[in-house]
Ligand binder design. Structure first.
Ligand SMILES: Nc1ncnc2c1ncn2[C@@H]1O[C@H](COP(=O)(O)OP(=O)(O)OP(=O)(O)O)[C@@H](O)[C@H]1O
Ligand SMILES: [Mg+2]
Length: 311
């Protein structure tokens, strides 16, 4: 266990219901998030993101495995949970109170009331001008911004955000991105955010974990993951012979005279040499860097479906 781990999940599983209603929402998930990072937890609807987050905050208990925050087990550990701030699946507020008053109530009940800090947070999330209006008149995006401020009231070391840009317009998304980067870079906080917005994770996160059907299917440094994955497209003749040559080493698809080879950009020269040596003619070659979206689709398409639950 490294000292600098903010979050460690060890073989965590969560099963809801029994028999025919049994849902294995999270399956043997292990994850290590270093302190000071922005970690993106990416997955399609129903993948198990919120369930994982709820276990990280001790809101529900794992069926198996353990959750450690800053090296300590999270269960019943109130002092530890005080170091965590979270925005989980749409924050709820008192409608009849103003935004500012809501934050005051939350801060008082959390034992961290500080008027100046509340004002600063309201400014940071772009709500200072609307803070003295009742929440019942707020839009979804405004509530989401207030929720972000609420997550930071106790000046947490770890900030957990479940779909933080839900309901925000493009400008709001941009604001929140800056806000999140700032938390890690200027304030040294660890941020764990879930999202199904790939562009968001690509732009904001240092590390990413992709979850599908409750399983972690891919994890790593965002920049490295992206640079390790490219599609090299080659127009060749004869294509079937070229396919036979490349397939043992690289996943390759044939599309008429075009081959699509999944390989890092650096493999280009080797691929060309191999084809030339076998007297395959090459007419064109194009390297397409994969986006996180491509990576995400590939990772989640290969993952086992519901029927492999007992595998
Ligand atoms: N309390 C519960 N009881 C039964 N099943 C549940 C419960 N909570 C979640 N599930 C199931 O667990 C699976 C994972 O749900 P979860 O909410 O963690 O997904 P998610 O990745 O957060 O999805 P989304 O992107 O839609 O928010 C789903 O199949 C869901 O139906
Ligand atoms: Mg969710």
């Amino acid at each position: 266990m490294s000292q600098s781990s903010a979050i460690q999940l060890e073989n965590v599983s969560k099963i809801f219901g029994r028999r025919r209603k049994r849902v294995e929402a999270v399956r043997q998930l292990s994850l290590d998030v270093s302190a000071g990072q922005v970690f993106g937890f990416l997955g399609p609807n129903g993948a198990g993101k919120s369930t994982t987050i709820r276990m990280m905050m001790d809101l529900i208990r794992p069926s198996a495995g353990s959750v450690l925050l800053f090296g300590q087990p999270v269960q019943n550990n109130l002092p530890l949970l005080r170091r965590v701030g979270a925005l989980v699946e749409g924050a709820t507020f008192y409608d009849f109170l103003t935004g500012r008053k809501n934050l005051e109530v939350l801060a008082r009940s959390g034992g961290c009331y500080d008027e100046a800090r509340i004002q600063t947070l309201l400014e940071q999330v772009g709500m200072a001008g609307r803070a003295d209006r009742r929440v019942q008149g707020y839009s979804t995006g405004m509530k989401q911004r207030l929720g972000l401020a609420a997550a930071l009231l106790n000046d947490p070391d770890l900030v957990i955000l479940d779909e933080p840009t839900n309901g925000l317009d493009p400008a709001g998304i941009q604001d929140v991105r800056h806000f999140i980067r700032n938390l890690a870079e200027k304030q040294g906080k660890t941020v764990f955010l879930s999202s199904h917005l790939l562009s968001e994770v690509e732009q904001v996160c240092d590390q990413v974990g992709i979850i599908s059907n409750g399983r972690l299917v891919q994890t790593g440094n965002v920049a490295e993951l992206l640079s390790s994955q490219a599609v090299i497209r080659l127009e060749v003749m004869p294509a079937d012979r070229a396919l036979g040559l490349l397939l043992p080493k690289w996943p390759t698809k044939e599309n008429g005279r075009w081959l699509e080879v999944q390989a890092p950009r650096e493999a280009g020269p080797e691929i060309v040499q191999q084809l030339v040596a076998a007297e395959v003619q090459i007419f064109q070659m194009v390297v397409q860097q994969q986006s996180l979206e491509d990576l995400f689709l590939a990772a989640t398409a290969d993952s086992p479906g519901e029927d492999s639950e007992n595998a």
